[in-house]
Design a protein around this ligand. Structure first.
Ligand code: HAM
Length: 435
């Protein structure tokens, strides 16, 4: 039986045309992150299970990790997220680092999920985190950076929305307004987190089941449903209006608006599934209903670094996935035409390999990416190959060209053939590449 050619379920092969899209997305991410002064780091893809067990959240740890026992008997996880790793790295150098520490990374992450649109078993995720800033400036900077990435992809404001909430405000609403005890509150938060994934009647039924009969009779479910419809902080109940989290969220919304970021909204249904968030949480959503999953998610997590036995470090950050971003760019027609890496396809005429390869080396030194056709193939076939690869230029090198140092450059798009010196043809090809 022949071996299967498809990749592992829920994981992707990246053929050059797919990798090109990814390279483009990563280049934009890197450029924007570095323009905000963030430095790139990396780490092993394997981590001990314990670093997720404490704060990553039950669903990811118990149901979604790829876990195995290594040959030394240790329980090892293929990282499902980067946040515990980067917190571990900061904790390890807690004393030596210059704060604020601004770091970014683009790791490949693995989660055992049911593959569907926007959700795979592996994805790449830009992680941007700032360590050592306790004030709202940290949230402001990180959300501005996320927004700048969207702008760098030429997204318009109506194409995405930034949703904000606060873990402290959620706690207060659960405890003081809905009068839930700790166990009820945890169950309710998890249910609200899944709200957009289940149907409405099922949601209401499950919410009903969380309240005690006396709470239900007093109209708790209706109060919850009213609460979850709110999209402005001023509409929140009187009892929480003086809460510091409301002031913080309003400050953030006002300051983002002043910076021109007007597509920000308070959303009481935004929970974020991780246990480590301590205050502001946010997500960026595609407004196209076809892509109903978050593109970015993040927030403040002041307690994670401290779990590694050092003084806590206030931290804010986010993760942005490549799968949802690619869906966004495709749906909104924002992907530019991406050209192949090969600038020139060189075709040798006659038995000139030795001298022609010197010319090709020269071209490479002058900065061009040159692929050489297979001399065993007919010229027509070599040209067809260049066309199929999407290369723009073919360069013919024969004894006549070598003697005169003038080469025939064929533009495969227009069909034009022109004769040029090496210098001239290099500048033509470079002009095209930069256009
Ligand atoms: P997250 O919300 O799990 O957060 O992931 C962030 C983003 O990664 C999501 O919005 C989504 O775009 C993408 N993503 C997550 N899981 C998948 C998947 N199975 N398939 C495709 N894309 C996916 C975190 O991971 C946090 N650790 C982010 C963070 C960094 N918080 C603070 N710093």
């Amino acid at each position: 039986m022949a071996l299967p050619t498809q990749p592992y379920k829920g994981a992707r092969d990246f053929y050059p045309e797919d990798k090109r899209v990814q390279k483009y997305m990563f280049a934009v991410m890197r450029h924007v992150a570095e323009s905000f002064g963030y430095e790139e780091y990396d780490a092993p893809i394997l981590e001990p299970l314990e670093i997720y067990a404490a704060k990553t959240g039950d669903e990811i740890v118990n149901e979604q990790t790829y876990m195995f026992t290594d040959r030394g008997g240790r329980q090892v996880v293929i990282r499902p997220e980067m946040t515990p790793t980067v917190s571990r790295m900061v904790a390890a150098k807690r004393q030596e680092l210059a704060y604020p520490v601004r770091w970014y990374s683009i790791p490949n992450l693995w989660r055992y999920e049911r593959p569907q649109r926007g959700r795979l078993r592996e994805h790449w995720q830009l992680n941007v985190d700032v360590f050592g800033m306790a004030g709202v400036e940290a949230e402001l900077e990180v959300i501005q950076l996320a927004d700048s990435i969207m702008q760098a992809f030429r997204a318009k404001r109506e194409m995405y929305v930034i949703r904000l909430n606060s873990r402290k405000l959620i706690d207060s609403l659960m405890r003081d307004y809905l009068e839930l005890d700790d166990v009820q509150a945890i169950t309710m938060v998890k249910l609200i987190d899944r709200m957009h994934k289940i149907d409405h009647a099922e949601f209401v039924g499950q919410a009903d089941g969380i309240f005690h009969p006396s709470q239900r009779e007093a109209g708790a479910t209706e109060r919850l449903m009213e609460l979850l419809k709110i999209r402005s902080l001023s509409e929140l109940p009187e009892t929480v209006q003086t809460h510091e989290a409301i002031h913080l969220l309003q400050t953030l919304i006002d300051r983002l608006e002043k910076a021109g970021i007007t597509n920000v909204t308070y959303d009481p249904t935004l929970m974020r599934g991780f246990d480590y968030y301590t205050d502001v949480v946010f997500e960026v959503f595609d407004t196209n209903p076809e892509n109903n999953r978050a593109m970015f998610g993040g927030g403040r997590y002041d307690g994670l670094v401290g779990l590694f036995g050092v003084e806590p470090v206030p931290t804010v950050g986010f993760g942005m996935g490549d799968v949802t971003l690619a869906n966004f760019l495709e749906t909104h027609h924002l992907l530019p035409e991406l050209r192949p890496e090969i600038d020139v396809y060189a075709i040798y005429i006659g038995n000139v390999t030795e001298a022609a390869s010197k010319v090709v080396s020269e071209l490479r030194e002058m900065g061009l990416n040159v692929a050489v056709g297979d001399v065993q193939s007919k010229m027509e076939k070599q040209i067809k190959t260049a066309v199929k690869k999407g290369v723009r230029y073919v360069l013919f090198i024969g004894s006549k060209e070598l003697e005169s140092a003038q080469y025939v450059l064929k533009d495969l798009k227009t069909g034009n053939e022109e004769t040029h010196s090496l210098q001239r043809l290099v500048s033509i090809v470079k002009d095209y590449r930069q256009a």
